[in-house]
Each structure stands twice: as structure tokens, then as C-alpha cells.
Design a protein around this ligand. Structure first.
Ligand SMILES: Cc1cc2nc3c(=O)[nH]c(=O)nc-3n(C[C@H](O)[C@H](O)[C@H](O)COP(=O)(O)O)c2cc1C
Length: 236
């Protein structure tokens, strides 16, 4: 059933990209906050955007230091991610309290977080006000990735090396279950929903599942019979 939602729900429906922990540094003091609203903006030159509420300390830190870093955590850092989003860095050294280990950036001042899966260093290009938030446009100056997690695209081969995404409230998920797609059209240009190879593969999978069920059924019956025979032999 289709249900009318609040227009504010649009933000959560669009959430599941990787959640970023945005780090900043100004006058020797570092800060970090999770930012779920991130987007690629340009390929050449490479630019990305993060959407930050002007009240966040992160917003001031980016403006003052002219840069920021995007750290992309996996599921092992979910508690630290939620913690960094629970208080402002204005009067707290959140990074220290979180127990996270930092390492030196290559191009900007913002420190990078050990144990993340990828790191994107950005120089501030522009700030555009969008309703009650601001879009911070960053020129990407350096990118690093854990090679077990990323090789030209997210590998998603195991959970620990797959990016964390923010669903809403206290819920997170791990990005996974990749689907490799091929599309085919028929002579009239209409989409073919199941190609010949896909149908053959599906029929083969279904056949194997049926055979498995049949064997399990047979094995179940044999087990029952053995148990009954055993019962008869039991001497009280
Ligand atoms: C998972 C998660 C995602 C968040 N995404 C955003 C976001 O996209 N933009 C934003 O302004 N705040 C976002 N927040 C809220 C800030 O992270 C939070 O207010 C944080 O305490 C700000 O810290 P700061 O004041 O040190 O910058 C998010 C919080 C969480 C927990």
C-alpha cells in the first residue's frame, strides 16, 4: 500500500550513502562530527559536497581552516560515529574522549581517523546556504583507501570492510549485497526483464533447490526411521 509521507521524510529516504566522519583542525585543535549528507558534485575537477547545519562547530571549523577531511568508517566504528554526533566539539575534546587514533593528513590540516576505510581531503571551495543547512563544497586534493575495502569501487567482499550508512535515529546499516547488472532490450527497444542466460541460471538454481529439498526430505524420513528402530531396541 502506498502511503503519503511527511516532506521531511525525503531526507531519510535519501540517506543510505556512506556516512562520513568529517574532521577539521584549526589553531592546533581538532574536531570531528558524523555527516550523513554527502554527495559527489564534480568529476573534473573532483569536487564533493557536505551539508552541515550552521550551528555545528564543524561549520565554523571548516570556514576558519578552509578545509576538511571525510573519513569513511566501517561497522567497527559505529559507536564512535554515534558518539561524535551526540555532542558539540565547541567545549569538548570529542576526539580524545572517543578513543579514536588519528594519523597525519597529506594535504589539509584536518587529521585522519585510523581504522576507517577511505579518506578524502578537501580544500574549501564554496559555501552555499540551502534552507536551514549549508552546502560546503570541497575541492578534493588527496584520496586514500584501504585496499581490502576499495579498488576503483567499494569491493563489499566482507562486512568489516564495507562502509557504514546511516538510516536514521539510532539505526545504521552496512552497505552490501552488490548486484551486478546487465541490461538488454528487445527489437522494439523495450527492456528485457530476464535475459536468456538469467532465465537459464534461475531455472538451474530452482532445480538445485528442489533437489536439495527432496534429499533433505528423504534424509529426514531415514533419520525418523532409525530413531524409531532405536526406541524399540531400548531396554528399560
Ligand atoms: C549518523 C549521524 C549523521 C549526521 N549527519 C549530519 C549531517 O549530514 N549534517 C549535519 O549538519 N549534522 C549531522 N549530524 C549531527 C552532527 O553530527 C551533530 O550535531 C554533532 O554533534 C555536531 O558536532 P560539532 O558541533 O562538533 O560539529 C549527524 C549526526 C549523526 C549521529
Amino acid at each position: 500500500m502506498r502511503r503519503l509521507c511527511d516532506p521531511a521524510d525525503a531526507r531519510r529516504m535519501l540517506n543510505p550513502g556512506p556516512v562520513a566522519i568529517v574532521t577539521t583542525s584549526w589553531r592546533g585543535i581538532a574536531n570531528a562530527a558524523p555527516i550523513a549528507w554527502c554527495a559527489p558534485l564534480s568529476m573534473q575537477p573532483p569536487m564533493v559536497g557536505i551539508v552541515v547545519h550552521p550551528n555545528r562547530h564543524t561549520a565554523d571549523m571548516i570556514r576558519f581552516s578552509d578545509g576538511f577531511a571525510i573519513n569513511i568508517p566501517g561497522p567497527s566504528l559505529v559507536k564512535q560515529t554515534a558518539f561524535l554526533g551526540s555532542l558539540s566539539g565547541l567545549n569538548n575534546n570529542k576526539l580524545e574522549s572517543s578513543g579514536l587514533t588519528l594519523f597525519n593528513p597529506l594535504a589539509v590540516d584536518a587529521p585522519l581517523i585510523e581504522g576507517c576505510l577511505a579518506w578524502i581531503e578537501c580544500q574549501l571551495q564554496d559555501v552555499v546556504r540551502m534552507g536551514d543547512h549549508s552546502l560546503f563544497v570541497g575541492n578534493v586534493v588527496k584520496v586514500q583507501a584501504d585496499d581490502e575495502a576499495y579498488a576503483q569501487q567499494w569491493l563489499l567482499t566482507d562486512r568489516e570492510h564495507s562502509p557504514l550508512t546511516f538510516i536514521g535515529g539510532t539505526r545504521y546499516a552496512v552497505i552490501g549485497d552488490p548486484i551486478d547488472t546487465t541490461i538488454e532490450v528487445d527489437v522494439s527497444g523495450a527492456l528485457v526483464l530476464e535475459t536468456v542466460e538469467e532465465r537459464e541460471r534461475r531455472e538451474e538454481d530452482e532445480g538445485q533447490a528442489r533437489e536439495q529439498e527432496r534429499l533433505e526430505g528423504q534424509e529426514g524420513l531415514a533419520q525418523k526411521k532409525r530413531a524409531e528402530e532405536q526406541d524399540h531396541r531400548t531396554v528399560f
